[in-house]
Design a protein. Structure first.
Length: 302
């Protein structure tokens, strides 16, 4: 298929969705965007998109593929099956890549609704952060039919550095992402705890950060998120409330399997406390703000 004859709409132009849409444009795909934020729509249009709207309905019949990068399952269902739902407007055979972090049960329910309309669902959560999304180097952990993978191959090639084909059963991709989010959430929580201890002990946080990022205790999440703490900048790339949601999915998955997760449960409590303390919309590194008796760097520019 010639790239510029292939048309995709990215629904959800947040930090990951905007990067994915830009990657589709760079790959030569005819790209639309949909988001409630007018600034995001304007930015994508200025970047060369074929168009952008509050929803994808005006160009639904043109699409070969839809990439959903919204926050949760409720938003996925609203976009696809709610009032003026997109699924009913898409041509049979359109690929729908569901890339929100959702439960396996929700992934299966959404896929069943899409298949009933003759569409090709791919359970395809993503990881990598805003920078990798913008570079077209996200990691995709996907499950679905061979027809869905084939239909969505131009999108996968555009947005991903690595695509892991987990299997044909819908829900496997969602489950792999949930296991991944266990690690991601625990790493952020542990990093915040370590930096809070350093602050309490009077160690300059910039020094602590440099030591850890050049030693064995480092992780990608520590290096990425604790830099926000050192800078005193909690502008959200991924918010505290995202990890409240994701770690709830982790713990609910474990409960369904009668499997204990002591570290993930503790991390969930930390993020929930941070949200309840008013930090839910801040960067997820703001989980450190729940530690009492420490002084943290202020936001740069204040």
């Amino acid at each position: 298929m010639i790239a510029n004859s292939y048309t995709v709409c990215v629904v959800g132009l947040g930090s990951m969705g905007m990067g994915a849409a830009q990657s589709c444009l760079r790959a030569g795909l005819r790209t639309y965007g949909a988001d409630l934020n007018p600034a995001a729509r304007a930015a994508l249009t200025e970047g060369g998109a074929a168009g952008a709207g509050e929803n994808a309905l005006p160009f639904a019949e043109e699409l070969d593929a839809v990439l959903l990068l919204v926050v949760n399952a409720a938003q996925c269902k609203a976009v696809l099956f709610g009032e003026d739902g997109l699924a009913a407007r898409l041509r049979p055979g359109t690929g729908v890549m569901v890339s929100a972090t959702i439960s396996a049960a929700d992934a299966k329910e959404i896929a069943a609704g899409l298949e009933a309309r003759g569409l090709l669902p791919l359970d395809a959560p993503v990881s990598g952060g805003a920078a990798r999304a913008a570079a077209g180097e996200m990691t995709v952990m996907a499950s679905g039919s061979r027809a869905a993978f084939d239909r969505l191959r131009p999108v996968l090639d555009a947005v991903a550095g690595k695509v892991y084909e987990i299997g044909e059963e819908i829900g496997l991709g969602a489950t792999v992402k949930i296991v991944h989010q266990l690690l991601a959430g625990v790493h952020i929580a542990a990093g915040a705890e370590a930096m809070a201890l350093a602050a309490r002990a009077g160690i300059p946080l910039g020094t602590m950060y440099e030591v850890v990022t050049n030693a064995a205790g480092n992780s990608w999440m520590f290096e990425n998120r604790m830099k926000h703490v050192v800078d005193g900048d909690y502008t959200p790339k991924s918010a505290v409330d995202i990890f409240v949601k994701d770690l709830r999915l982790v713990t609910e998955t474990a409960l369904s399997l009668n499997f204990p997760l002591p570290l993930a449960s503790t991390a969930y409590t930390m993020f929930a406390n941070a949200s309840n303390a008013g930090f839910g919309k801040e960067d997820d590194a703001a989980v450190i703000k729940t530690f009492a008796g420490i002084a943290l760097p202020g936001r740069k520019g204040e």
